[in-house]
Design a protein around this ligand. Structure first.
Ligand code: ASP
Length: 358
């Protein structure tokens, strides 16, 4: 882990050799200058070493920004806002959302990777962290090594949904209809690297069809267009689709988890409707830029652990078909292990499709 404060101080304290030359008056000799420099350097080093502790004790003294690599109003935004309330009360500080959508989340991920590693910027993102290394030949950040890990946050199933006017009534009918009309059907998603894109890619390869994809900066705006009937269908997280399904503004054909979602008990899984083995649940994790000091990370881990066990947070997510992770998964090690195994899992599957974003 970096210790940026100490490195910066040391840089300032490099001895200036010219000052070691005897002054014209002969009052300053090299030995005295070197020893004065040494004492100053030691004092500064001691102060610098103490600084992170002092900072950690004060932390957080101002709002903490959660970078959401998607537009406002979508599933990651919804999760971040609820998480921000729960973690914010544990940290006794406000958490504010920075929606930086685009390029399937990679713009926001990059922004968080390059942010000052001082604990005032964290990143909430999901399964897309593990698919973008295969989808993008060139990423401006190193997915595994440019972050500190705080912990897993929540698991969110997805739903296959369509505009209300879509004529097929059941998933079986939709499948037949989609195969026949694939050249004209439009499929909305949050861009290459998003969960909605991944779900569509798996769906298309499973049913051997090809639809026109319509990318958005997040499925928040995509949902607006789906409700308005400007796009035909999408596969999106229950945190975004549940309110619309319940309000009857969109049609639902199935959930992507291998068991039904308690908040949508009447919606069958795709697996039970014949798409055997089709299972996709979106994991979400909280990251910090590499070099964030350990005492600050510890505070964030503690706040995350308070959040995932917070009854209000649990209830809010359950209403939206999602579930905070068990405490044991809200840890840095668990997120690090998950990310690595997910990259290993999705890489070969995506490479087989031959799809690249760049
Ligand atoms: N994360 C995106 C959003 O919040 C959705 C997605 O990944 O499909 O809009």
């Amino acid at each position: 882990m970096h210790t940026p404060f100490i490195i910066a101080t040391l840089t300032i304290m490099q001895p200036d050799r010219t000052k070691c030359k005897p002054a014209a008056t002969g009052a300053v000799v090299p030995g005295a200058a070197a020893s004065a420099w040494l004492s100053a350097a030691v004092a500064t080093l001691l102060a610098a070493a103490a600084a992170p502790t002092a900072r950690a004790q004060e932390y957080p003294s101002k709002p903490v920004v959660i970078v959401v690599p998607a537009a406002a109003g979508g599933p990651t935004d919804t999760l971040a806002r609820n998480l921000g309330v729960a973690m914010g009360s544990a940290l006794k500080q406000q958490m504010i959302i920075d929606n930086s959508g685009g390029a399937g989340g990679t713009i926001g991920i990059n922004k968080a990777a390059k942010a000052r590693p001082d604990g005032y910027t964290v990143l909430l993102y999901h399964i897309g962290m593990s698919t973008s290394p295969a989808l993008y030949r060139q990423l401006p950040y190193d997915t595994v090594n440019d972050f500190e890990y705080i912990g897993q946050v929540a698991d969110v199933p997805m739903t296959l949904v369509a505009k209300k006017e879509m004529s097929p009534r059941t998933f079986g009918e939709f499948l037949a209809y989609a195969r026949v009309n694939q050249s004209t059907l439009t499929y909305a998603n949050a861009g290459i690297g998003s969960a909605s894109y991944l779900c569509g890619l798996l769906f298309m390869s499973t049913i051997q069809a090809d639809f026109t994809t319509v990318p958005y900066r997040g499925t928040g705006p995509a949902m607006t267009d789906l409700v308005a009937g400007r796009v035909d269908f999408m596969c999106d997280q229950t945190t975004n689709t549940t309110p619309q399904i319940k309000a009857g503004t969109i049609k639902v054909y199935g959930v992507t988890s291998n068991v039904r979602v308690p908040s949508l008990p009447d919606v069958p899984t795709l697996d039970e409707q014949g798409l055997k083995g089709f299972a996709l649940v979106v994991w979400n994790g909280l990251f910090a830029p590499r070099g964030t000091p350990k005492p600050v990370l510890d505070r964030l881990v503690g706040a995350l652990q308070t959040a995932v066990t917070d009854p209000a947070f649990k209830t809010r997510l359950a209403d939206l078909g999602a579930e905070p992770v068990p405490l044991a998964k809200a840890t840095p090690e668990s997120l690090r292990t998950l990310l690595k195994s997910e990259i290993d899992k999705w890489g070969p599957i995506i490479r087989k499709t031959g799809v690249y974003a760049d």
